[in-house]
Design a protein around this ligand. Structure first.
Ligand SMILES: [Zn+2]
Ligand SMILES: [Zn+2]
Length: 420
């Protein structure tokens, strides 16, 4: 188990080692030149092959795989079965004591849910805007007088943060965060993180047993979220196989509440994506297609519950779920699943929780890879984020195996064996 607090000097050492590793990887990759198109083509072919192997995997989204930059494979020196063995033995990140950091280790009780409902009744839809901190009212069924979904008009805010080192906002250069915002949005937004209140909309479930032959032993997953009248809701779910990294699920999700802000800068999901998508009520009907502009058209599922069922069809309680800051994804899908490997916990920030490295920083530091993580026109790509998190776990496994080999371990008939 590598979940630990680091001292600053350990942290500096780990960063140095990561940089050196990245330099060596660059050297070795330039020595063995693999045509990048060949890699991309191979991964699509693999995805197609796996898609034909079972009903659940028919939902594989080829277009998303094709749009990803060809991944530089992380070579651990181990076969997949042994990578899985090391994952299960050394790189699970227990979350049972992390409920104050957003993880939900058990299902909220009926009494808790009722309390949350009572509190909402009293609040009459008043919320605080996450961007400008103004109080505003939400009307999930639209305000009778004018059909509005929210009150308070437009939201004037700063999209950036106050940089202490430079003593100014990093979005517009204002010298105070209380200066008038530099960006406007059509309405105010809010999010709910309290598990009891989340459960009052639709409740959490534990991952059900699954005897299907399509069950994966390890799956990396990532959700994209948009703001609705019920807070931040899931609008896209992507899962990739681990350690291979093939896309095994990639769907748009119709949220329960009306969308008030697509959050496109971060979610990478636009209103036009929903307009282009057609509803696929069952897994076998959900086939991807490509539109003329080349932007992938994802299959759409009718509800977050349906999206969760699709993911459940691929996993069991024994499956290890990999991802980055998984508490957000698990909460969005109301999942109680305690067998996880979370890269935000595997690569802890020296200052400890709640401070975490972003996936982008980890990918740059440990794999010398630039990943798109918002701030541009396309926003996140959950397929890329899921795969990168999976690869960051492989980096840990590669280091672990190297140290085991120094201690006399070797591969005998594809199995890790301690030598005499
Ligand atoms: Zn600003
Ligand atoms: Zn606002």
């Amino acid at each position: 188990m590598e979940f630990k607090r680091m001292t600053i000097s350990q942290w500096v050492k780990e960063r140095k080692e990561a940089k050196e590793k990245a330099r060596l990887a660059r050297q070795s990759s330039s020595a063995a030149v693999v045509p990048t198109k060949a890699i991309a083509k191979a991964s699509i072919t693999d995805a197609k092959a796996s898609a034909s192997s079972g009903a659940a995997s028919q939902i594989t989204h080829f277009a998303a795989a094709a749009n990803l930059p060809p991944p530089k494979p992380i070579v651990t020196g181990l076969p997949p079965s042994q990578e899985l063995a090391l994952l299960q033995k050394h790189f699970l990140t227990p979350i049972n004591k992390l409920d104050n950091h957003g993880f939900v280790p058990s299902i909220p009780t009926d009494a808790d849910i009722q309390k949350a409902r009572d509190a909402q009744e009293v609040s009459k839809g008043w919320e605080q805007c996450e961007r400008c901190l103004k109080r505003f009212q939400v009307f999930p069924g639209r305000r009778e007088s004018d059909g509005a979904l929210t009150s308070g008009g437009i939201c004037v805010h700063h999209p950036g943060k106050f940089k202490r080192t430079e003593q100014k906002m990093d979005c517009c250069g204002e010298y105070s965060s209380s200066a008038k915002g530099c960006e406007t949005s059509p309405c105010h937004i809010f999010k709910v993180t309290d598990p009891k209140r989340l459960a009052s909309l639709w409740n959490f479930v534990e991952t059900p047993p699954n005897a299907s032959p399509n069950v994966h032993k390890a799956v990396s997953f990532d959700c994209e979220m948009a703001y609705t009248v019920y807070g931040l809701e899931v609008v896209r779910v992507t899962a990739t196989s681990w350690p291979k990294g093939e896309v095994i699920l990639d769907v748009l999700v119709r949220p329960l509440g009306s969308i008030i802000d697509f959050n496109s800068k971060f979610s990478g999901v636009f209103a036009s994506d929903f307009a282009a998508a057609s509803l696929h009520p069952t897994i076998s009907e959900a086939m991807p297609r490509q539109n003329t502009s080349g932007r992938p058209v994802l299959p759409l599922v009718a509800s977050p519950q349906d999206a969760r069922s699709l993911l459940h069809s691929l996993i069991s309680p024994e499956t290890v779920l990999l991802g980055h800051a998984l508490e957000n994804d698990l909460r969005a899908l109301r999942m109680v699943h305690n067998r996880v490997s979370d890269t935000a916990l595997l690569y802890p920030h020296p200052k400890g929780l709640p401070i975490r490295y972003s996936l982008r920083v980890l990918a740059k530091d440990h794999m010398d890879r630039i990943v798109q993580t918002g701030g541009n026109v396309t926003g996140h790509d959950s397929a890329e984020d899921a795969r990168v998190a999976g690869e960051l776990v492989l980096v840990k496994i590669k280091i672990k195996w190297a140290s085991m080999r120094r201690d006399g371990w070797e591969l005998v008939d594809g199995v890790m064996t301690k030598g005499a």
